[in-house]
Write a protein of this length. Structure first.
Lengths: 281, 407
């Protein structure tokens, strides 16, 4: 098990966007999150990746060979009166409040893409991928200023890693073009490549096939499969293309009106009467 | 052929309508006379100018121009290398051939290069519209003046002091505006700039208020550049045994300033190719994507503010040193707007463009002294033309091209 979501509750004003959402993502699996429009899929994503702070519930990332991370805690929680008696915990809380946020979630090992593509449009494709490796490179400020040998080496390594990913996505010939000038399908792939450059354990894809033609969707599904096979990446995806979802996923979670109405294997979900009524039709 | 004349005819008609009331109606006491000839001549001239322009355009561009390729124009490496060696040498030799007047102009131009490089980090790279940049300039200048008045600091101590004061202030300004973007950020920074100026203006007992403060000129290893040194000191010209010239002081300031500009230039160029510089640019493009990639937007934004402010503060120290006097009128909003104009005209994020624009904008008004009445007019016209023909600035920010390299 890699990610454990428990009793997630999220309210926007009077709208209860998420109500006791609970599911688990097994390590090395492909889990799909489906449901009608406005069901709260993207809200779940934003809670997991730290862009929203859930009002209730627990989010735990439990990597097999690393200590577990409490994803709610690293976003910075409000102070309570009990902190007065636990100064050490209070200081920790303050630290997360000052320096926590979605970037900490990424550093913990969760990368994401966006429903509406968010590339750095005025930068080249390769620069996009280099920005994503910021963490691995940023340790050497002074070395960078004087262009030291170690800095050069690391920079070259980052460059080659980026090129490897571009090769994997068949985009190497576009490396030095501005990201905003690429065709839509390529931009989607660049965004996934960029997320992979952060070295994630869990990759969250928000509608990766939106706006792709059937051919591109097929290529995408192959890419996702090979990511799972090749680097044992765990993938969580939101998707409306049922063909893709049923073909790819090991586990499906169905959301409707902010509640999980069913979860299970693709075959079981297809037969589930509540899912058919609410979504599949 | 019809299309050939329609547009010029429209132009002529427009000119007629616009100029007829101005040049055609001449007041004579309480009545006015109609003069038809001047507006007609103007309209005719406009017509022929437009026809001429169309002809020139046709001659120059017989076919469709190929769309410009991104990253296709790379400067040849040998040209670049020669330029990076020759231009600094030229800059170092320049002050020895200039008269006093042009020397001060050159110093001012270099100060503006420094300021523009600083603001370029904040506006051009990190994409945060800062309308109060002059505040950091003022902090640098007053850091020197006040440090000398109350702490007895010289130029060399004031340089790091002014820089760190400005950088600290940049951070302090950065914190509350972290969540702001675009227009809101611009208004807050504008307010900040005015606050600093008003404090300097009104705290008369501390800063001298509108009367300003006197500042000593820098010394070279304790040697002063005045005709007669203070007690116990030796003036520079006596030490070397040469005749006194008031130019020495300016040449000295110019040379230090030039070295500082070179250092800043290499710093900013390096930063652009480092993770920090790339994250600044990424932050300009999309803040949410940045955060999803593990970039802490707080530290990245604050570092941009602090570094930009620091460079501005250094510029301020040099301004105070070269003028020998500071007062709040040097740090009005107009100054901020001018620096911003330099950065925008040069090309947001483009270092060579910003340098060229800074030099042009400080030297051009001096060249146009004879038309000083029309200076702002020419300035405005240049801006309009720029926005039409080069909307992305004089030198467009060029993206680096990467290839696989052996590690």
């Amino acid at each position: 098990m890699l990610l454990r979501v428990e009793n997630l509750k999220m309210r926007f004003g009077g709208v209860l966007a998420l109500n006791n959402v609970a599911f688990q993502v097994q390590a090395g699996s492909i889990t799909a999150l489906i449901g009608p429009n406005g069901a709260g899929k993207t809200t779940v994503f934003n809670c997991i990746t730290g862009f929203y702070q859930a009002q209730q519930g627990q989010l735990h990332l439990t990597p097999p060979n690393r200590p577990a991370v409490n994803l709610i805690q690293i976003l910075g929680q409000p102070f309570t009166w009990t902190d007065l008696f636990q100064p050490r915990q209070a200081i920790k809380k303050w630290g997360y409040k000052m320096f926590g946020g979605p970037h900490m979630v990424c550093r913990a090992g969760i990368a994401r893409t966006f429903q509406n593509i968010r590339l750095f449009k005025e930068m080249t494709v390769l620069e996009n991928l280099l920005v994503a490796q910021h963490r691995q490179l940023n340790g050497r400020f002074i070395g960078g200023l004087f262009n030291s040998k170690t800095f050069c080496n690391e920079e070259n390594m980052a460059l080659n890693r980026a090129m490897d990913w571009l090769d994997f996505f068949d985009l190497a010939h576009e490396a030095n073009r501005l990201a905003g000038q690429l065709p839509y399908g390529h931009q989607r792939r660049v965004e996934i490549a960029r997320a992979l450059c952060t070295n994630p354990m869990l990759l969250c894809l928000d509608e990766p096939a939106a706006g792709l033609n059937p051919m591109e969707t097929k290529a995408l599904s192959q890419i996702i499969r090979s990511l799972q096979k090749k680097i044992q990446l765990t993938i969580l995806l939101i998707e409306h293309d049922m063909g893709l979802v049923m073909e790819l996923s090991d586990h499906i979670v169905v959301l409707d009106h902010g509640e999980v109405i069913a979860q299970g294997t693709p075959a079981a979900i297809q037969q589930n009467p509540r899912v058919v009524e609410a979504y599949l039709g | 052929m019809g299309a050939f004349f329609i547009q010029p005819l429209i132009t002529a008609a427009l000119v007629l309508v616009l100029t007829a009331p101005i040049s055609g109606l001449v007041l004579d006491g309480y009545r006015f006379d109609l003069h038809w000839q001047p507006p007609l001549w103007l309209a005719l001239a406009a017509f022929f100018i437009h026809v001429g322009l169309i002809l020139i355009r046709r001659l120059l561009r017989p076919g469709q121009k190929a769309p410009p390729q991104q990253n296709s124009r790379q400067i040849h490496p040998t040209v670049l290398r020669t330029a990076t060696i020759l231009l600094p040498l030229l800059g170092l030799l320049l002050p020895f051939f200039l008269g006093k007047y042009w020397l001060t102009v050159a110093i001012l131009a270099l100060i503006y290069v420094l300021l523009a490089l600083g603001l370029n980090i904040v506006v051009g790279l990190a994409g945060m519209l800062d309308l109060g940049f002059v505040a950091f300039y003022a902090v640098g200048a007053y850091g020197y003046a006040l440090g000398q008045e109350y702490l007895g600091l010289g130029f060399w101590a004031a340089l790091p002091l002014g820089a760190s004061l400005a950088a600290g202030l940049g951070m302090i300004l950065g914190f509350p505006v972290l969540r702001m973007h675009g227009d809101y950020l611009a208004i807050v920074t504008l307010g900040f700039g005015e606050i600093i100026r008003l404090i300097l203006n009104n705290w008369v007992s501390f800063t001298g208020g509108p009367n300003g403060m006197r500042v000593d000129s820098p010394t070279l290893l304790g040697l002063e550049f005045s005709r007669r040194a203070k007690e116990g000191n030796v003036p520079f010209h006596e030490f070397l045994g040469i005749d006194y010239s008031s130019n020495h002081r300016h040449i000295f300031i110019y040379l230090i300033l030039f070295l500082v500009v070179l250092a800043t230039l290499s710093l900013v160029t390096r930063l652009k190719h480092m993770p920090l510089g790339r994250s600044w640019e990424a932050l300009r493009e999309d803040e949410i994507a940045c955060r999803s990639l593990g970039i802490n937007h707080v530290t990245v934004k604050l570092s941009a503010f602090a570094l930009g402010a620091m460079i501005g503060g250094i510029g301020g120290v040099f301004f105070a040193a070269s003028q020998g006097f500071v007062n709040p009128t040097s740090f009005t909003f107009f100054e901020s707007a001018l620096i911003l104009a330099i950065v925008v005209l040069g090309g947001l994020g483009s270092i060579p463009g910003v340098i060229i624009a800074a030099i042009v904008i400080t030297v051009l008004p001096e060249l146009l002294r004879d038309f000083s009445d029309y200076r702002v007019l020419v300035f405005g016209l240049a801006m309009v033309c720029m926005m039409i023909w080069r909307p992305k600035g004089l030198v467009q920010n060029r993206r680096p091209v990467f290839q696989r390299r052996s590690a």
